[in-house]
Design a protein around this ligand. Sequence first.
Ligand SMILES: NC(=O)c1ccc[n+]([C@@H]2O[C@H](COP(=O)([O-])OP(=O)(O)OC[C@H]3O[C@@H](n4cnc5c(N)ncnc54)[C@H](O)[C@@H]3O)[C@@H](O)[C@H]2O)c1
Ligand SMILES: O=P(O)(O)OC[C@H](O)CO
Length: 368
Amino acid sequence: MPSPTRSFSPTRKVLILGGGNFGSCLADHLGDSDHEVFLWSRQEEVVNTLNKSHRNPAYLKDHLFSANITAVGPELPGEDLIDQMDVLLFAIPTQFLRENLTKLHLHPDREKRPLLIFVNKGIEVGTHALTLEIIADTCGAEIAKAATFISGPSFAKEIVQRQPTSVSVASFTDSEAQRAALLFHQPHFRCYTGNDPIGLELSGALKNVYAIAAGAADGLGFQNNTRAMIITRGLSEMTCIGTAYGASPLTFLGLAGVGDLFLTCSSPNSRNYTVGYRLGKGESLDSITNTLGSVAEGVTTTKGLNEIIQKLGVQAPIATTVYDVLYGGKDVQTAVRELMELPPTKELDLPPTAGGPAKQLLKKLGLD
Ligand SMILES: NC(=O)c1ccc[n+]([C@@H]2O[C@H](COP(=O)([O-])OP(=O)(O)OC[C@H]3O[C@@H](n4cnc5c(N)ncnc54)[C@H](O)[C@@H]3O)[C@@H](O)[C@H]2O)c1
Ligand SMILES: O=P(O)(O)OC[C@H](O)CO
């Protein structure tokens, strides 16, 4: 039974960029809490239909959206709208974030610009940058330092049904994480704050790669033992990669880490799991991505992650195998056999934390 909404934050003007499943879902969530919400979509039909009938014709089609949402687009909003906002929330897939951030003009002075929140879960192809770095490159270090990230086990479809859900909210700036948490916090949507945005971002991006592996195992017909193995060994790999990167290993034990890993590895509602499942059934990657109708960040993140794994020199056989299947032409059956034939190793062998890419990123942000 959904609980009533309560306002933990005064009414805010919020612009959400990205009118897909998650952007629309969060617009609905905030509209329901009486915030004044603007939702940017680059799809004209989405803008018109949302404004006319509070329905999104492309995503979450069955849902009647909050009347407190005004859809805007298809052009990216200009300063006239942005300057009025208390909050800007980015629900744009990672590969398109840089091009959009470059076009926005944000005031460097904290008092004169909105709170910035990011909910995408991926690594940029080519640069293998996290979102923090994309923000630093496009908007400057001061803005990146104050940016806030939300991640955790949260299917859009279940949030709009107001099913009890919890997420992690992280920023280097505690006050910004607190503000974002209070904005979203509801009796049916709990927010927990933290100060390891690098670990939180890596958690959200990496779990998508392991969800592809778990889906593939299910598609091949394997059952519970195999899925439990992928989730647990996936968590171990994520923690090792994250620690070598310079994140806190504890972050991977939170909602954004094991919480979201568990969710996406065990549900056909996950797009990443679905990509894996269909690969396991023998379909080609091109055919799957051309018909999925929505973004599966794990497909592109697998590329960036593979480069990160090589650079860090850590052992991450499941992630490497997903890369070989997606981009190296390895068939799924052979991939499973080769993984199972690996010699025994220590269950958890955490690498040292010092000196990873996080150190360079912190330096870029002036936080070293
Ligand atoms: N759907 C979920 O349950 C969920 C939950 C948590 C986080 N996320 C994350 O949120 C992000 C968005 O996911 P989603 O589910 O909304 O994806 P989606 O596939 O439902 O929608 C993608 C949106 O991106 C827009 N888009 C495409 N190309 C663009 C471009 N060049 N510039 C700007 N916008 C562009 C599309 O028009 C669409 O509105 C992803 O990183 C995803 O991992 C999703
Ligand atoms: O559908 P997926 O696989 O992108 O997962 C959506 C969210 O990340 C779940 O928390």
